[in-house]
Write a protein that binds this ligand. Structure first.
Ligand SMILES: [Fe+2]
Ligand SMILES: [Fe+2]
Length: 256
């Protein structure tokens, strides 16, 4: 368990990404998931819920994460897009009671506090000094335009949620390079973008969680001081991590 330590009420946020579920994984997480009510108020899924993004795999995800004691809020990852079945994947998850966000916000009232989860898959591009730019071929411009647009919408959502006690940015791609340490430098541009961090820093964001970087590191921080956590399952090596998040006014800095 990790997170801000305060004496007042907290929102307990459990999170995991990159569970990559197919038939052979169904049931693996379930015993721990059924204990969530004792340690968390909400479960966030940071994308790559499936291996290839088929509706059949999504049905396996739905079986694993349905009827839990806490609300489940997800974004999709690049694997969930692979077979071009995003509408079917999304509807299968939603039919199981899972909230699926793409540049959208979910608000949860818990322990007398209001939690806003602003979710977006995100996209790549790289990080300061080594970022692709809106230059050259139409294909390159389209690549970066995608990152710009999703980052803009993430920032809009986070700023719109500023009145909530706790605001969490949920993405699949990383906003910072800190949590990619362990991955080959050559693929950093495909693992995240500093534009996501700029969006996170444009609002009073409490915490940013992401997945995607299986060989990355757990902890990082944006330039603006927002804590970032890579919750990819191969990184956290447990069914979920739990973060105790105090309302902004009561927060104290936690070194990373
Ligand atoms: Fe993954
Ligand atoms: Fe991924």
């Amino acid at each position: 368990m990790t997170g801000a330590q305060g004496s007042g009420p907290v929102v307990r946020v459990a999170a995991v990404g990159d569970v990559h579920i197919d038939q052979d994984v169904v049931g693996r997480y379930r015993p721990a998931l059924e204990q969530l009510g004792g340690c968390a108020d909400v479960l966030l899924l940071a994308g790559d819920l499936t291996r290839h993004g088929t509706a059949a795999e999504a049905a396996c995800v739905a079986r694993e994460f349905r009827d839990l004691p806490v609300p489940v809020i997800a974004v999709l990852g690049n694997h969930d897009y692979h077979c071009d079945q995003v509408p079917a994947v999304t509807s299968t998850l939603r039919d199981a009671g899972i909230t699926v966000l793409e540049c959208e916000t979910a608000v949860v009232e818990t322990s007398g506090l209001t939690l806003a989860v602003v979710g977006a898959k995100g996209f790549g591009g790289g990080f300061a000094g080594r970022h692709a730019s809106m230059f050259g071929e139409p294909e390159m411009k389209a690549f970066i335009r995608t990152t710009c647009e999703v980052s803009d919408r993430l920032g809009e959502g986070l700023r719109a949620a500023a009145a909530c006690d706790v605001v969490v940015a949920l993405t699949h791609y990383s906003p910072v390079p800190d949590t990619l340490v362990g991955e080959p430098l050559e693929i950093y541009p495909f693992l995240g973008s500093y534009l996501l961090a700029q969006a996170i820093d444009s609002a009073p964001t409490t915490l940013a969680v992401h997945g995607h970087a299986h060989k990355g590191s757990e902890r990082g921080m944006t330039a603006g001081g927002v804590r970032v956590r890579n919750v990819a399952h191969p990184v956290i090596k447990q069914a979920y991590s739990v973060f105790n998040l105090s309302p902004r006014a009561a927060q104290i800095p936690v070194p990373t």
